[in-house]
Design a protein around this ligand. Structure first.
Ligand code: FUB
Length: 345
């Protein structure tokens, strides 16, 4: 739900209708990447703060500094804040804006993947390592080579290969990489460098991870998202095209790539037969929430699938003060996903 439409919201009424409540209330959290590790649910969210930065379309007001992991015994149990897992001051290459993270587990080690701006103002993706799922994570001294933009999501396939999906428009800088390099002398602007409405939309990226999970094993490749005729979604197709918040889950042998449409505030999905795509647009998973951003993860806990998401209802609509929530997600018999309305309309 965009900022301008929250002015008349009765938050008490809205919270009564909401299909779920914040999982933690003592701090603001967003962009929840959920995993089951060792039989327990671990959520790797952004930790929202009000750093006093001015609002703009580059997301400068999302000035987060650290990460806390949330642990839960079940989706109905209390969310436990495991404390600070990583602070920007401990990351040699990162200056600011610790945005949406994700985590992975391999060979007894846990990996926290996170985007942050480096000292040249360029978003890169870093990784920290821990022996436990809740950290603390020891960051690598450099960002992942050839990483750029934001919102890393790491998927483990059934054959033991891991893939990172990433990218985000506007403040996420994906549009700055169209020529393969980033020119820091060009002014920051959310709308410059974007394709025209009738051109193919900008695409997210995927890269297989190296065996040690610390680097890309290959040059990142674009992921095609196509419509029902096999044609690429266009940049002007704002209700369906990729904006940010990549996620990948596998269901009944199919790969589901899900993402936020950004300025139209939907979480959508597209389905493919390979972790590299192409993915065919399938529909909406989540209708707009309170707050400008929408960001999610999809995780199976025992026999049930769940959507972890966020909204700004606890802060009464402050777009950079969000709270993570969870709701049941349903795959229909035909492979489609049922659309969730966060306020039960
Ligand atoms: O939390 C900062 C940014 O807002 C994330 O990286 C985006 O996905 C959006 O949720």
């Amino acid at each position: 739900m965009p900022e301008d439409s929250i002015a008349h919201i009765d938050f008490e009424e809205l919270n009564k209708k909401a299909i779920s409540q914040p999982l933690v209330k003592h701090m603001y959290t967003a962009d929840p990447s959920a995993h089951v590790f060792d039989g327990k649910i671990y959520i790797y969210p952004s930790h929202d703060i009000d750093a006093g930065e001015a609002f703009d379309d580059l997301g400068s007001h999302f000035a987060m500094e650290d990460y806390h992991v949330i642990a839960m015994d079940s989706v109905d149990s209390e969310g436990i804040d495991c404390g600070e897992a990583l602070h920007v001051n401990d990351v040699p290459w990162a200056e600011k804006q610790m945005w949406a993270p994700d985590a992975a587990h391999k060979n007894g080690k846990y990996f926290l993947y996170f985007p942050a701006k480096d000292y040249d103002g360029i978003f890169r993706i870093g990784v920290g390592v821990s022996d436990t799922p809740d950290g603390p994570f020891i960051p690598q001294p450099e960002a992942i080579k050839n990483s750029f933009s934001i919102d890393p999501a790491v998927f483990e396939d059934e054959d033991g290969d891991y893939y990172m999906y990433f990218g985000g428009l506007w403040g996420g800088q994906l549009q700055r990489w169209r020529e393969g390099t980033f020119n820091p002398d060009q002014p920051e602007s959310p709308v410059a460098f974007l394709p025209k409405d009738d051109e193919p939309a900008l695409l997210p990226y995927v890269a297989k991870m190296s065996d040690d999970m610390l680097e890309f094993a290959e040059k990142p490749k674009e992921i095609q998202i196509v419509d029902e005729n096999g044609d690429p979604l266009l940049a002007g197709d704002n209700d369906r095209r990729f904006f940010e918040a990549a996620w990948l889950h596998k269901y009944h042998g199919k790969y589901y790539f899900s993402y936020s449409t950004g300025d139209t505030h939907f979480i959508c999905y597209a389905v493919g037969d390979s972790p590299y795509g192409p993915f065919t647009y399938g529909g909406r998973i989540l209708n707009p929430v309170v707050g400008w951003t929408s960001h999610h993860s999809i995780c199976q806990v025992e026999d049930q699938w769940y959507l972890f998401y966020h909204d700004s209802s606890l802060s009464k609509g402050v777009t950079h003060l969000r709270s993570v929530k969870v709701a049941k997600l349903t795959h229909n018999a035909d492979g489609s996903i049922e659309t969730i309305d966060p306020y039960g309309n």
